[in-house]
Ligand binder design. Structure first.
Ligand code: ARG
Length: 462
């Protein structure tokens, strides 16, 4: 491995030990940064020329070689070899192969420390846009299903016990709101990440007359770093990206868990399209929600990625430390995971069939209209504390008689409380319970239609 010393051969007597080389190498995972590294090199070459450190002819040759190298990387004609430590060293080799000693001029005023921080910001900003687009598609699939079920009654739950009737459209939109917040989180994150570290050098900035702001603008950043030491030490943008992706993972897991429940024999609320369900190798009748289960399962690696980067960063002294090379795999894995998962979930949601009959039949069961009785009493000036007590007695009676709330006889109503009379039956329908919920954000068809329009609007504008 003699040529592994190429970046720092000067003061070293020999090459690194094989064990060090094997531990140190990152090119097998950081090679995907190549297009971003080349973009950074172009910007750096222009700034060197602006400072008079490359003449116009040298700049022209440098840019042509970078274009050629970029094409060779894209086609696979240029690949990293076992002797390339990381993406930066591999690309420098490619440049030297094309330009001879002129290729060595690009390193002036630049370090792998500011380079890698720049590359990773560029990569994540780019891919965050793709993840956001896939997130919008999933949210749109949920919105489209919700549109069909603005009026479909369902048994709303707390503690997985029947609580109060809701519309299934409202329920589906309850999964859209978290995704809208995730999109906003990504946007906020991008705002903070749009700062270029290039020009910070190893840690101290540069004594050469470089122009970090111009480089920042060329690379699509808002501006450049305020403190060169922070610029190479900061991985907040990785941790924060991983928080956003972990949060997304948790949201997808909760949606996945519900789809697993909904498609079970016991619920039977939803049937998945054949193309988005799996079968069993031994049980011919099986239809499984593997996509939903993988959504639930993959939240583990997304949360784990956040934990590993936070733990890696904790206690690192200023500025760059090699520990930080461990930031990339969790970040790349989060991107890969969501790019795989989101389209599968969107397809599963948009093609699933909702069993309206089963939902509607189940909506009033479990005495889910009991709160309507209590509210009816409150409207008749009974303090809620007493109303709750009276309604509890009514429910207990129904449990003994094995009947529904609206099946209690007039005599029994009167026996439970002097405040109850037969007109209470007017509020004992799912339809009236839903129709009564007209305040903003409630589950009634009116507010759900408003919520639907607002969500669709946000998504179209994204
Ligand atoms: N491959 C390193 C990383 O990913 C970047 C190189 C900086 N290395 C160094 N020894 N200064 O963090």
């Amino acid at each position: 491995p003699a040529n592994r010393t190429s970046l720092w051969g000067g003061r070293f007597a020999g090459g690194p030990a094989e064990a060090l080389a094997r531990l140190s190498v990152s090119v097998q995972f950081d090679w995907r940064l190549a297009p971003y590294d080349i973009a950074g090199s172009r910007a750096h070459a222009r700034v060197l020329a602006g400072a008079g450190l490359l003449d116009p002819d040298e700049l022209g040759r440098m840019l042509a070689a970078l274009d050629d190298l970029e094409a060779a990387c894209a086609s696979g004609a240029f690949r990293p070899t076992v002797d390339d430590e990381d993406v930066h060293t591999a690309l420098e080799r490619g440049l030297l192969e094309r330009l001879g000693s002129l290729g060595g001029k690009l390193r002036a005023g630049r370090s792998r420390n500011d380079q890698v921080a720049t590359d990773l910001r560029l990569y994540l900003r780019d891919h965050a846009r793709g993840v956001a687009a896939r997130l919008v598609e999933l949210a749109e699939a949920l919105v489209e299903q919700a549109e069909r079920h603005v009026d479909t009654a369902a048994p709303g739950m707390t503690h997985l016990q029947h609580a109060q009737p809701v519309t299934f459209g409202h329920w589906l939109l309850a999964h859209v709101q978290p995704l809208l917040r995730d999109l906003e989180r990504m946007r906020d994150w991008d705002e903070r990440t749009a700062i270029s570290p290039l020009g910070a050098g190893a840690l101290a900035g540069s004594g050469l007359p470089l122009d970090p702001v111009a480089v920042a603008k060329e690379l699509g950043f808002r501006t450049s770093f305020a403190n060169s030491m922070d610029a190479v030490a900061d991985r907040d943008f990785v941790a924060e990206f991983l928080f956003v992706t972990a949060m997304i993972g948790v949201h997808l897991s909760r949606l996945g868990e519900e789809v697993v429940l909904w498609t079970s024999q016991e619920f039977g609320w939803v049937e998945l399209d054949d193309a988005f369900a799996t079968g069993s190798s031994i049980m011919p009748q099986k239809k499984n929600a593997d996509i939903a289960e993988l959504a639930r399962g993959k939240s583990g690696r997304l949360v784990g990625g956040l934990m590993s980067v936070l733990t890696m960063l904790k206690g690192l002294p200023m500025t760059y430390d090699r520990d930080m090379q461990e930031d990339k795999e969790p970040a790349f894995d989060a991107v890969d995971t969501l790019e795989l998962l989101l389209p599968a979930l969107a397809g599963m949601i948009s093609t699933m069939t909702v069993r309206v009959d089963r939902l509607v039949a189940s909506a009033p069961s479990g005495f889910s209209l009991a709160t309507e009785v209590a509210d009816w009493l409150v409207r008749r000036n009974v303090p809620f504390r007493d109303a709750h007590e009276i309604t509890g007695k009514l429910v207990a009676l129904c449990a003994v008689r094995d009947c529904a709330l609206d099946e209690v006889s007039d005599a029994d109503l009167a026996a439970v409380s002097e405040h109850l009379d037969p007109s209470v039956r007017d509020v004992l329908s799912v339809r009236s319970a839903l129709a009564a919920r007209i305040t903003p954000g409630s589950t009634g068809p009116g507010p759900v239609a408003d919520q639907l329009a607002a969500a669709a609007d946000k998504l179209t504008g994204w």
